[in-house]
Design a binder for this molecule. Structure first.
Ligand code: G6P
Length: 611
């Protein structure tokens, strides 16, 4: 979490920093700050959002062409002005921004305190600033060496940028475990936690690797390892445009991203699926396809919404490719002693490609000899680089903290994989393959149709905006959808919501049913339709309120439920892709009506880079 930005060049730095922080605010919004090397170095920081920082800066900031900025998701120390970044060292010679966690900070802090160093904040980052200065002052070394020596003593993760007031011609950036991207301009460089603050200035970027240290002057970037070996930077071109990271006329990024789904899924399809020729390719998996075909077991790991996509993947791989699947929370997987066989395949799913628990689980799976594949959205992020092969979702930048289009694009990739493996294993006939591909390519159009019902969903939201609890039920492919619907509601509207397999309701949640709590039941026509109709009756028999997501033209459930939302008819394996959309909209409208900050829900961050 935390977003960091930096700039060195001829531009006035403050607007670049503020603009960048606004782009990165989805990563954390407990406090924000900037430091500028002008005539004198200045640090401005405060608790709250970037807009609070802007107010704080009014009439204060001076000009300069070198600076750094930070938006914080608090780990060490409460969100307040003092704990906000940037942090300066005890004599003020070093100013630093940091994303990550210094795990051995207590020991380092004690050692420095014994030597008379005074601390102002409770943060782990200040320890690093002071350690760098201590080495600089006592070791008779330059700033770069002081940074490298300090980092060699650090246990933990960091993406950081350091400025030294004695060496005002450079920024020093380093990365281990937390992302850092350098934008390469004409005699100017930009630094950021991801490429979104950079794309409006340049499309040429360098993704720093773990262990890289970059010494950046206006006219030159030198890349080294922590051990001072030279390293060659690889400049890549960004594949998205500035328009993709604007709200594009929508009130919130989340709404924009919900409405983008038909288009995003088409982007996921692009170059991979063609209905006319009944063709499906996944170039990223070409080399590993023989192993996928022989796989005895697939272990899917992820967190949050990505974990829910993984659950849909479980049904898909078992149905279409007849491979047994286990879906694991990345955080649990790594802290157990998981058993991985040599013909098991691990698939890591992550929108950001930076989730610390998922990354750590990947490392563990690799150490145990597994082939690890990634399904990620952010190109050049850590997970695609840590995995042996994989597939990008190409959903485009997802800015809203609550994941929407990333989920449907992850499920799209999983569906493509399952069809492809099933086909290559000879489990899917020519005719079925053709019809599956045809139906798959119709999914974006069907989602478009669901989106035309948004006013109806908004009305439903207005009826239940004051609910304090909600239950979401589904079976089979629709059980993960129920989980995802409940997660969306709780994360952005702060209404307590639980997702359950519909049949499990009678083993506990049925006790919650009353005439106030909405029960959202995803009940489209599939193999368990009859059973879910019975579950609806069980809720109604107890005076429960049922909001049902049904297949177009369903008169049976319409006659029983309090409200229905229709989705177009679609085959079993595609139901998750469609039925999640009304649930996303329902949560969105409720959150707006409750005056919640939809794009930046409290306490959450989009990219969780702490374990
Ligand atoms: C955070 C986000 C969720 C996301 C989860 C996993 O909790 O708020 O929206 O699903 O992290 O993130 P990833 O980037 O790995 O998909």
């Amino acid at each position: 979490m935390c977003g960091i930005v930096g700039y060195i060049g001829d531009r006035e730095v403050l607007p670049v920093l503020i603009n960048g922080l606004k782009r990165l605010e989805y990563r954390g919004y407990d406090s924000a700050g900037v430091a500028i090397l002008g005539k004198k170095p200045h640090i401005y920081k405060c608790k709250g959002k970037v807009s609070d920082l802007e107010n704080h800066l009014k009439g204060k900031a001076d000009s300069g062409n070198i600076g750094i900025g930070h938006t914080r998701w608090a780990t060490h120390g409460e969100p307040n002005d003092i704990n906000a970044h940037p942090h300066s060292s005890y004599h003020g010679k070093f100013i630093i921004i940091h994303n990550g966690i210094i795990e051995n900070y207590t020991r380092l802090r004690d050692r420095l305190t014994e030597r008379g160093v005074k601390f102002k904040s409770e943060t782990d980052t200040e320890v690093l600033a002071n350690l760098i200065e201590y080495i600089y002052e006592n070791g008779n070394v330059d700033a770069e060496l002081a940074v490298r020596l300090a980092l060699s003593k650090v246990v933990g993760a960091y993406g950081l940028v350091v400025m030294c007031t004695d060496e005002q011609d450079k920024l020093i950036a380093a990365r281990r475990g937390s992302p850092l991207v350098v934008g390469v301009g004409n005699e100017e460089y930009f630094l950021a936690s991801d490429a979104t603050p950079i794309v409006e200035y340049t499309k040429s970027v360098i993704y720093l690797n773990d262990g890289d240290v970059a010494i950046i002057r206006k006219e030159q970037l030198i890349l080294k390892t922590l051990q001072n070996e030279d390293s060659a930077p690889t400049v890549q071109q960004l594949s998205f445009d500035i328009g993709e990271i604007d709200k594009g006329g929508y009130d919130h990024f989340m709404l924009k991203e919900i409405f983008e789904q038909p288009h995003s899924i088409e982007d996921t399809f692009r170059g991979r699926i063609r209905s006319e020729e009944a063709e499906l390719h996944l170039g990223g998996l070409y080399d590993v396809m023989p192993k996928l075909i022989d796989a005895k077991r697939i272990i899917i790991i992820g967190c949050g919404t990505s974990w829910h996509a993984g659950l849909v993947g479980e049904y898909l791989f078992e149905d279409l490719a007849r491979i047994s699947v286990e879906v694991e929370y990345a955080s649990e997987f790594r802290y157990r002693n998981p058993i991985i066989h040599k013909d098991d395949i691990v698939i890591a799913i992550s929108q950001s490609g930076e989730t610390a628990d998922t990354l750590a689980a990947i490392k563990q799976a690799k150490e145990q000899g597994a082939l690890v594949l990634g399904i990620c959205n952010v190109v050049g992020s850590s997970i695609p680089r840590e995995t042996h092969a994989g597939v990008y979702t190409h959903a485009g930048p997802e800015i809203g903290v609550a994941s929407t289009k990333a989920f449907t694009c992850q499920v799209t990739v999983l569906t493509m994989m399952a069809i492809l493996i099933g086909r290559q294993k000879g489990l899917i006939s020519d005719e079925k393959y053709r019809s599956l591909i045809k139906e798959f390519t119709e999914v974006p159009g069907k989602i478009d149709k669901i989106l035309t019902h948004s006013e109806h969903i908004k009305k439903l939201a207005s009826l239940y905006q004051n609910a304090t609890n909600a239950l979401y039920l589904g079976r089979g492919y629709l059980f993960p959808v129920a989980l995802e619907g409940a997660l969306k509601l709780k994360e952005i509207s702060y209404i307590h919501a639980e997702g359950y397999p519909a049949a499990e309701m009678k083993h506990g949640p049925i006790a919650l049913i009353d005439d106030k709590m909405p029960v959202v039941i995803v009940a489209t026509k599939d193999s368990s339709y009859e059973k879910i109709v019975s579950n609806i009756q069980e809720v109604k028999a107890r005076n429960g309120i049922v909001i049902a997501v049904v297949t177009e033209g369903d008169t049976v459930i319409r006659g029983m439920a309090d409200h229905v939302v229709e989705i177009p008819e679609v085959g079993n394996i595609f139901t998750a892709l469609l039925s999640v959309v009304p649930l996303q909209l329902f949560s969105y409208y409720i959150a707006v009506m409750r005056d919640c900050n939809v794009d930046q829900p409290r306490n959450l961050a989009k990219s969780v880079t702490v374990e």
